[in-house]
Design a binder for this molecule. Structure first.
Ligand SMILES: Cc1ncc(COP(=O)(O)O)c(C=O)c1O
Length: 424
């Protein structure tokens, strides 16, 4: 299940119903008053009371701008803000908090690397390799930077089930200098897991750096940046039960230290003259302006919460069980086609499907009437949808609070969809 599983203690079993009690929004759905069967955590996870309370506590009892004031609240806010950085460091096993940059989320973290590292280090004859699975966030920034620098963007292909085809990796590095391999760790559209244990050594054998889009892996499975041997990792707090508007870039210290800032202003400077400026140390060099103070502190609270319910390995084990159960239920529905890797493969907790005679939006709308929430659309992966020959899919995704009953209600609701469309 994990890329570094051998070092981990055996996961404890989660109790999703007990955990759900921490999530006020799950108690009753807006349409039926029944428990909300929330199956769209891949888009954004719900928030436990512990995270909500942390944000309220910051605003009510410890709020001020950080890194500036000398008074009590300013010192408290700064201590909690930098404390959250240490929690992020520990969660991904980075060597130092200087390697953890707070951003608005995965998208901004990738844009930081593309604009800072990319525009400094890429040029004609250079190659950036990504995959056909990517979210637009790990595709469009590289299209833009490659267009601006003259570097070439190439793709690791997927097969018809959306699994990466690694047979001819070397061909992707031919005729130029491979500088960066940037891959989604777990696909948000299909659940495909990128085998970093194969991709990273290959990239390194060409002297390339590796960036990982961890938006769908960091919230759901143990991610150890040192064990993976990667160079950059991007992820978002809102997908791991933390607040929206905040996330992190992790990068190896020597790389970050050599990279220029990409946004300029307050906080990121050391000294400013009318004639020019020098820049702050890591990590603040990359954090221009007032940060999302309460949200960063809430990000730390979300990581504490994950620990308190049994840790990320326990969440991964629970999701694996829920995904296998959901896969079995959906596979038994006539006319329903599951996309992505099979249930026994190393995959994320995302069940993407189409149903003959229905549009995914209709499916999601009918399910909503029963307070079963799933996502429908292209999931910000338009090229992947085209590659797989679909316009859109319906997608159910699981998390720590997902129960078997949530998935039963999904399957029952899909039965009703078939009846409404005259398919059953
Ligand atoms: C795989 C993947 N990458 C990147 C993103 C972008 O994350 P954010 O919108 O939080 O920046 C998402 C969000 O859905 C995602 O699933």
């Amino acid at each position: 299940m994990t890329d570094s599983a051998s070092t981990l203690p055996a996961p404890t079993q989660l109790d999703p119903l007990r955990i759900s009690e921490d999530f006020p929004i799950l108690a009753s759905g807006p349409n039926t008053g029944e428990r909300l069967a929330f199956l769209d955590s891949a888009a954004s996870a719900m928030k436990p009371r512990q995270v909500i309370d942390s944000i309220v506590a910051t605003y009510e009892g410890g709020y001020a701008n950080v890194h500036r004031g000398v008074y009590h609240h300013a010192a408290t806010a700064t201590r909690h803000f930098e404390g959250a950085r240490e929690k992020v460091r520990s969660f991904i096993n980075a060597t130092t908090p200087r390697e953890v940059i707070f951003t608005r989320g995965t998208t901004e973290a990738i844009n930081l690397v593309a604009n800072s590292w990319g525009r400094t280090n890429l040029g004609p004859g250079d190659i950036v390799v990504t995959t056909e699975l990517e979210h637009h966030s790990n595709l469009v920034p590289w299209q833009q930077v490659c267009a601006a620098t003259g570097a070439e963007l190439r793709f690791i292909p997927v097969d018809d089930t959306g699994v990466l085809v690694l047979d001819d990796l070397d061909a992707l590095a031919e005729g130029g200098t491979l500088k960066l391999v940037t891959v989604v760790h777990v696909s948000n559209s299909l659940g495909t897991h990128a085998p970093l244990d194969l991709i990273v050594p290959w990239a390194k054998s060409h002297g390339a750096l590796v960036m990982v889009d961890g938006a769908q892996s960091v919230p759901h499975r143990p991610v150890d940046v040192q064990a993976l041997g990667i160079d950059f990792l991007a992820f978002s707090a809102h997908k791991l039960m933390g607040p929206s508007g905040v996330g992190a870039l992790w990068g190896r210290e020597e790389l970050l230290a050599a990279m220029p800032p990409w946004q300029f202003g307050g906080e990121m400077i050391r000294r400013v003259e009318y004639s020019g400026a020098t820049f702050n140390d890591l990590p603040w060099k990359f954090e221009a302006g007032t940060p999302a103070i309460a949200e960063v502190i809430g990000f730390g609270a979300a990581l504490d919460y994950i620990e308190s319910i049994g840790g990320i390995a326990a969440i991964a084990a629970h999701e694996q069980a829920m995904t296998a159960y959901g896969y079995e239920l959906l596979a038994a529905i006539p006319g329903l086609h599951l996309l992505g890797p099979g249930p026994g493969e190393d995959r994320g907790g995302v069940l993407s499907f189409t149903m003959d005679g229905t549009h995914p939006h209709d499916v999601a709308t009918l399910l909503d009437a029963r307070d079963v929430n799933i996502r429908a659309g292209h999931h910000c992966t338009q090229p992947l949808m085209k590659r797989l020959g679909v316009h859109a899919t319906a997608r159910a995704s699981v998390y720590a609070y997902t129960t078997r009953e949530d998935l039963d209600r999904l399957a029952d609701g899909l039965g009703e969809v078939r009846r409404v469309f005259g398919l059953a």
